[in-house]
Design a protein around this ligand. Sequence first.
Ligand code: KIV
Ligand code: ZN
Length: 516
Amino acid sequence: MTASTDRIVIFDTTLRDGEQCPGATMTFEEKLDVAHLLDRMGVDVIEAGFPIASNGDFEAVAEIARRSDAAVIAGLARAIPADIARCGEAVRFARRPRIHTFVSTSPIHLAHQMRKTEEQVLEIISATVAQARNLVEDVEWSAMDATRTPIEYLCRAVEAAIKAGATTINLPDTVGYATPDEYRAMFVQVRERVPGADKAIFSTHCHDDLGLAVANSLAGVAGGARQIECTVNGIGERAGNAALEEIVMALKVRRDAMPYETGVESTLLTRASRLVSAATSFPVQYNKAIVGKNAFAHESGIHQDGMLKHSETYEIMTPGSVGVSKTSLVMGKHSGRAAFKDKLKTLGYELGENALQDAFTRFKELADRKKHVYDEDIEALVDNQIASGNDRIKVLSLTVIAGTMGPQSATLTLDIDGVHTTVQAVGNGPVDAIFNAIQRVVPHEAQLALYQVHAVTEGTDAQAEVSVRLEEGDKTVTGRGADPDTLVASARAYVAALNKLATKRVSLNAQAAIRA
Ligand code: KIV
Ligand code: ZN
């Protein structure tokens, strides 16, 4: 990959750094859907996962590579020969494969995590980058914790990586510590001092611990970086990574101040945000820049007055430019399949025939129960279907007795791998009764860490969207369920979280086996 002086390469790591954060586990199908949309929207590089981590991760990276279209597909590998070999095996199916290998360079990581000397790490860099370069032409090397690495040693490490064949050099702010000035200066110095620096594309990778990830990424570009690593909705380790939608729109809206462009189709940003939110079950904060529910809402009278007179009085970009359309009344129960398909297309969904038929059936059921079906209802319905498509445990039916005359009780039927089991349980309130019933059919040790309900649209017949977060030891997962009946949505959300927990257990067991 080459970069012209004003073209910024957008490298999305939602499926790797994003998925790695507690609670954001995605299923195989969800990863494929996210990758497909990223490719479609013009993301240049998709980091699809960490192939050595588990067979599931390997399979997901390999399948994303097979299905990739224009995007480069990258896999992550530690500076370990077995990691690099496995990564090469997974990405080789892509039309444009990349191996992304990394090693720590800061004194604190060398002393306490790596237990290696600077010279040993330089040798590791040369050997592992050369190994990767023998497998693929496009090799990215990252200096983990670059921003806490003395500049002299950082330059030696970058020089070793470029000499061994790295085509992209990433200098991450792994712990989210740098300020914009420091981050820009690091790129300027490394590019000035390292012989052969002009042969590589430099890349930013910023974490948001101090809320500076996007500002730092843009400062890195001012220092000469031409690739930005980011994630949809800014999800990622701890406080997250630089948010893709913020980077793309900052560069688009302020081209006068930052004369660079990306290849991302900004009208798909909202769709991407909703898809990732549904797949990870991480809600997007209401006031999140670009994709938050309130990002284009004007509450104060003065603002509303200004907006009515001229939209540019208080709006620096149009909602349409990021794919937000005015909420419209969709259709009722008499709407046909063709109209439904058309509506999905305008909302940014591309479903196969079977998925379309399932979604249409669920839409009809919803339209029977709910007078007005809005765009948001359709989105909640389809996102839920995508998220739960291949779940092993499914909610088949639920009857709840609630009210002032306790105890409240729930009768629940679950389908587990095709076997139907019905139980009854009581509880301190209807939600407690439902969760107790689920616990009876699927015994587990996980603790409920969060239970949250919000209405998808307005009105008393609105669909409820419920998020349930479960913690089991060091594993955290979040499930989401939507239904006009809040209790059914609660059962679905809890079951979705249990399905994710099962996936996570398999993945972590495989990782433990690799480490052993
Ligand atoms: O934050 C970081 O340093 C990383 C590397 C693996 C690139 O995610
Ligand atoms: Zn990171």
